[in-house]
Every structure is written in structure tokens, then in C-alpha cells.
Design a protein around this ligand. Structure first.
Ligand code: NAD
Length: 440
């Protein structure tokens, strides 16, 4: 089988590489000529663990190629995946579908023979029907079906998520389209992955409902963490205590500075917009989005408090700027709220991130970028951990103390133990945990 992947970003490149690993012939298309040129030279334009090897192996095997020429690749494909961005639009939180519809118009003109057009981008309910309408209008002769196949991979663990997913959702309404999709995912049938066939609308909504639920879980534990701080409870024990209840589950109960990334912020807003328009508002999700927004903005004040109420003229070391570890993705990262607020309050910011600095530089003006965590902490009055990269989990605290002007740490990811840090001589604050545990 041959497929074309329109959009070679985080999702398109990972999905394309994984489908080729499944044995499918894949052509990844992007309108960004520079990105395609880099891929053709063997460079990987994003940081995603394992992706370089997967791409190299499948290129070598002749199953994976890259192009800017959409028409040829689409004309030869049995399935065409749309994996372009769907960012938040300029007004009201709705998803901007212009990239999807532009891509679909180009695809429509290039279709030859029966083709399944698969929406992998996260798109609001009703988009699949509109895609059908656009294709029919632009190319009345086209023989096609539209399918919704939302993607659930997580950056940083994307390959494993794609190859061993919890489930695959496929909104496909004809037997012919279902057959093509079954064939594409046949490797997952072999490992007994649940594959759910639904209508277009159900598949589209399932993606948003999933992300909104996870965003709600994070926001819930963040608010419980704030309450823990007021009443002297430990949020990690509370999370474990509730998470062991099988109805709740232990994942996504880790408190922090608020969710960011390329999906949760925009997808919660888009769901709120869809629901309001449909006359069935999702008030929980409205509140979650609002709380999370305010939380990210409020995080800078924790660092200011740790500096006795003012960072003016002080040096703040920032460890980690990406929205989570193992990615270079900066989209909606909490650092984008925290760092500018510190600079506006008069701080000098020295920052280090293992993979995200190239992406971050144009987004965070006025930061002094450093070559290592220790360099960032040199001469600092306070250090704040914003992203829990592994290399920040085992810092040599004696070396940290020597490097810093004062041993003050704000750990927004709860990487360290309050007791250990206090014993090591730090003024330490984290999220939702008392400094002392019972009996300590
Ligand atoms: P991205 O911005 O990394 O990549 C999109 C790519 O599409 C870009 O390289 C862009 O140049 C290209 N593009 C845009 N229009 C094009 C066109 N007409 N022809 C060819 N190429 C075109 O985006 P992403 O993070 O991969 O997200 C893609 C979609 O997948 C979004 O809807 C997103 O919500 C969804 N999604 C993302 C993730 C994630 O973790 N990033 C996870 C699940 C779902």
C-alpha cells in the first residue's frame, strides 16, 4: 500500500515514519521546502527520541521519502493523510482550519482512482463533512471517502505511542474505507490493539473529549496542590491515595505550573467554542482552561516570593523551557509566561534547556542562554526548575551551592524532596508539599 502524508511536522513525520515501519510505502509532503531539504539530507527537524533511527532505516529500505510536490504523491496514494496544524484562531478560541482546508483543496485536485482522505489533524466536529464537500466541489469526478483518524501520540514518547497505542479511533462510514484503514493498521491488529470504528463526528469529538479530560485531571490536582499548601498536606500522598482507586487511576495526577504544549491549551479552547456554538456548553472545560491560564501567569510570583518579594536586579536561573521533557516543542510552554514576567519585574534571566533553546530563542527575548545547567546557575540568586529533564534530576547540590549566590530553589516540577533539599542547606519550595513529612 502507498500513502501520502500531507504535513511533515511532529505528527506527520512520526506517523509517516511509523507507517513505513509497518511496511507501508510513505511519501511525506510539506510546503516548507527547507524542512524537506533537511529531511532529504538525513537531518531530523524536531527532537523526538528514536525518530532519527526510524527515519534513516525506512529511507534506506526505500519505504519512506520526502517531497514538496504534493500532486504526484497524492495521485499515486491509496490513502492521503492530512496532518497539518490546527492552531487557535484569532478570535474566540476556535480552531483555525485554514491549513486543513487549503491542503484539502490541493489534495482534491490531485486525486486519481479511489482514495481515502484521512484527517489526522485534530479538527472540530463537522470538519470531515466539510472536507467531503470541498473535495466534491473542487473535483466532482473524484472517487473518495473521508475518514477521521485522530492521533493520540505524546511528544517525547511518540514512536512508542504510535506503535503500541492504547487504542485507535477510526471514523469511517463505508466498508471500502474501513478496509483500507484495517490494512494500514494490520500490524496493530496482530498485537490486539482495540480499534474502534465510529462515525466521522464521533471520532472527531473523541479526540477533544480525551484531551479535555486529561487537562481537567491535571488542573484538578493542581488545585488540590494549592489547597495542600494552605493546610499542610502532601499532594503526592493525596494523588497516590486517590490514584490507587481504579476508577480514578494514577496517571496525570502530578502537580506543576499548569499544562502547556501543542495540544491541551488549543484543544480545550476549541472544544469550549464548539460546545458553545452547539448550545451544549462544557462548563467544566471552560473553567479548566481559565484556571490553567491564570496558573501559568501566577507561577512567576512564586519565584518572586522566593526572592523575598522582589527580583529587581537579581539573577534568576531557569532550568528547562520546553513544555515538557524529551521534546523541543515550545508551544504554549509555561516558560513563555514565567520568563517574560520575571524580566518585566527587573530580573536578569540565565536559562538552559537541553533541546529547546533554538526554538525558544526567538520566543523569549532578553534571556541569557547558557551551555549547561551549572552555567545558568552561576551567580544566581534563585534557581527555578520549569521542565523535569532527566539531567536536572540529579544535580550535584554542593556544586550548585558553590555556583549560586544564594542556595534558593523553586522546583515547579517537584523533582527533589523537600527534606533532602532542606538538609542540603537550600531554601526550597515546590508545589503542594510541606517541608517536613510526618516523623521526619
Ligand atoms: P506542526 O506544526 O508540527 O506540523 C504541521 C506541518 O504541516 C508543518 O510542517 C507545515 O509546514 C505543514 N503544512 C501546513 N500546510 C501544508 C500544506 N498545505 N501542504 C503541506 N504541508 C503543510 O503540527 P503538529 O504538531 O504535527 O500537529 C498537526 C496536527 O496534529 C494538529 O491538528 C495537532 O493538534 C494534532 N496533534 C498533534 C500532536 C502533537 O503532539 N504535536 C498530537 C496529537 C495530535
Amino acid at each position: 500500500m502507498r500513502i501520502a502524508m500531507v504535513g511533515t511536522g511532529y505528527v506527520g513525520l512520526v506517523s509517516g515514519a511509523c507507517f513505513s515501519e509497518f511496511g507501508t510505502e510513505v511519501v511525506c509532503i510539506d510546503k516548507d521546502a527547507d524542512k524537506i531539504a533537511r529531511l532529504e539530507k538525513g537531518e531530523i527537524p524536531i527532537f523526538e527520541p528514536g525518530l532519527d533511527v526510524l527515519v534513516a532505516n525506512n529511507r534506506k529500505a526505500g519505504r519512506l521519502s520526502f517531497t514538496t510536490e504534493l500532486a504526484k504523491a497524492v495521485g499515486e496514494a491509496e490513502a492521503v493523510f492530512i496532518a497539518v496544524g490546527t492552531p487557535t484562531g484569532r478570535t474566540g478560541g476556535e480552531a483555525d482550519l485554514s491549513y486543513v482546508y487549503d491542503a484539502v483543496r490541493e489534495v482534491a485536485a490531485a486525486l486519481k482512482g479511489y482514495t481515502v482522505v484521512v484527517n489526522k489533524s485534530t479538527v472540530p466536529v463537522g470538519t470531515g463533512r466539510e472536507v467531503e464537500r470541498i473535495i466534491r466541489e473542487s473535483n466532482p469526478q473524484a472517487d473518495f471517502d473521508v475518514v477521521s483518524n485522530p492521533e493520540f501520540l505524546r511528544e517525547g514518547a511518540a514512536i512508542n505511542d504510535f506503535m503500541r497505542p492504547d487504542r485507535v479511533i477510526i471514523g469511517a462510514e463505508t466498508e471500502r474505507a474501513q478496509e483500507v484503514m484495517r490494512e494500514l493498521y494490520r500490524v496493530l491488529y496482530l498485537i490486539e490493539t482495540p480499534i474502534l470504528f465510529t462515525t466521522l463526528e464521533t471520532a472527531e469529538l473523541t479526540k477533544y473529549a480525551g484531551n479535555a479530560f486529561l487537562a481537567t485531571k491535571i488542573t484538578f490536582i493542581n488545585e488540590i496542590a494549592d489547597l495542600c499548601e494552605k493546610v499542610g498536606a502532601d499532594v503526592h500522598d493525596v494523588a497516590r491515595g486517590i490514584g490507587l482507586d481504579g476508577r480514578i487511576g494514577r496517571k496525570f495526577l502530578h502537580p506543576g505550573p499548569g499544562y502547556g504544549g501543542s495540544c491541551f491549551p488549543k484543544d480545550t479552547l476549541a472544544l469550549v467554542h464548539t460546545a458553545q456554538k452547539a448550545g451544549a456548553p462544557v462548563r467544566i472545560v471552560e473553567t479548566v482552561a481559565d484556571i490553567n491560564d491564570k496558573r501559568k501567569k501566577a507561577m512567576a510570583s512564586r519565584i518572586v516570593e522566593a526572592c523575598d518579594g522582589s527580583v529587581a536586579g537579581k539573577t534568576v536561573a531557569i532550568l528547562g523551557v520546553t513544555f515538557k521533557p524529551n521534546t523541543d516543542d515550545m508551544r504554549d510552554a509555561p516558560s513563555l509566561e514565567i520568563v517574560p514576567a520575571l524580566i518585566a519585574a527587573g530580573a536578569k534571566v540565565q536559562a538552559f534547556d537541553p533541546e529547546g533553546m533554538e526554538q525558544a530563542k526567538p520566543m523569549l527575548a532578553g534571556v541569557q542562554w547558557c551551555g549547561s545547567a551549572y552555567e545558568a546557575m552561576t551567580g544566581a540568586d534563585v534557581v527555578a526548575i520549569l521542565t523535569e529533564w532527566n539531567e536536572f534530576r540529579a544535580l550535584d547540590m554542593e556544586r550548585v551551592k558553590e555556583a549560586m549566590k544564594a542556595p534558593v530553589m523553586v522546583d515547579l516540577r517537584n523533582v527533589y524532596s523537600p527534606a533532602d533539599m532542606t538538609a542540603a542547606g537550600f531554601r526550597y519550595s515546590s508545589v503542594g508539599r510541606p517541608l517536613k513529612r510526618p516523623g521526619a
